[in-house]
Design a protein around this ligand. Sequence first.
Ligand SMILES: Nc1nc2c(c(=O)[nH]1)N[C@H]1C(S)=C(S)[C@@H](COP(=O)(O)O)O[C@H]1N2
Ligand SMILES: [Mo]
Length: 372
Amino acid sequence: MKAPGADVGSQPYGTPSPYEKRLIRNIPKNLKQYTSASSRTPLQDLDGIITPNGLFYERHHGGIPEIDPARHRLMIHGLVERPLVLTMDEIRRFPSESRIYFIECSGNPGFEAMTGRTASDLVGLVSCAEWTGVRLRTVLEEAGLEPDARWVVAEGADAAAMTRSIPMEKCLDDAMLVYSQNGERLRPQQGYPFRVLLPGYEGNMSVKWLRRLNVTAEPIHAREETAKYTDLMPDGTARQFTFVMEAKSIITRPSGSQRIAAGFNEITGLAWSGHGRIARVEVSVDDGRSWTEAHLQPPVLTRALTRFRLPWTWDGTPTTILSRATDETGYVQPHFADLTAVRGTKSFYHNNAIIPWRIAASGEVANGFVKA
Ligand SMILES: Nc1nc2c(c(=O)[nH]1)N[C@H]1C(S)=C(S)[C@@H](COP(=O)(O)O)O[C@H]1N2
Ligand SMILES: [Mo]
């Protein structure tokens, strides 16, 4: 108080306090290679439901391209009456909308990757933002759909040329082409200058750096919907086109590698469902013997992260805590054993199992999937 502080504009683009330097994306060491790179959101250190843009998880199959929006084009062709090539300015002239949605990678975590220490290690491939853009429907109507138009094949302008077939019902429903995230232009990592956003669908289909929409009668069976993003079932067949991310939740505090003290602790975490709103989150503080309904913090939005809270007094005895989400369709988040009973052990994607946190007498919190 005895001297003036730093000048206004000393940081033309604001950054966090120097005391928050450790709040960064979580980059798994074994996943740094070019073709399979990802970074995770530090869920356990964030509050509320919105992920700051600098901490949004990233998943890239061919690196982050640098794209000059002035030179970027979107081509819309195939089963349309008027093929179009649009500039960024033309895309921004369409009527716009802003909506809050999560995006989650369907390998979050893979069936055999349940050994992470923190909430971020386990399910950090999910983030939530307010997106602004144009309804995909509006752009498709501008091009005019032919009678056989049943799929839209989206292609990215990255080195991976990420390509996915999207069913027409989704394209005409809530699908968006987004250019802004939390009020500012998309970051290069999230698909600058613009991307597809398919609310509730596996993140892989929200094609970033979008350059092309090919309207077709059939899906094209691209690499990412055959060799990848399919699940081998116990009978030897594979599940394909598993679009929707099913209901899931995780306690972010207390969570792995944190330490709590006996006495009052607020249990809080996140729940979400690709099928709609979260209806209920139950928390167990006795390893699933009994469950208590947590408070859902408004707003509870469709296909967005939902914050839940439960006051708890820990008596200091070792225990395991769990959370279980139910969505508005009545679907209940399963235990891992229930998932493998149906899906076998050769599955990789769409693991929405209940996550156990084990609390030791010392107050140390650890991943309950890993033996003590
Ligand atoms: N063009 C392109 N789009 C892409 C990808 C990619 O590698 N290239 N990765 C996909 C995957 S697997 C996911 S989970 C999401 C991740 O989005 P994010 O990096 O903005 O979190 O983008 C999808 N869209
Ligand atoms: Mo992904």
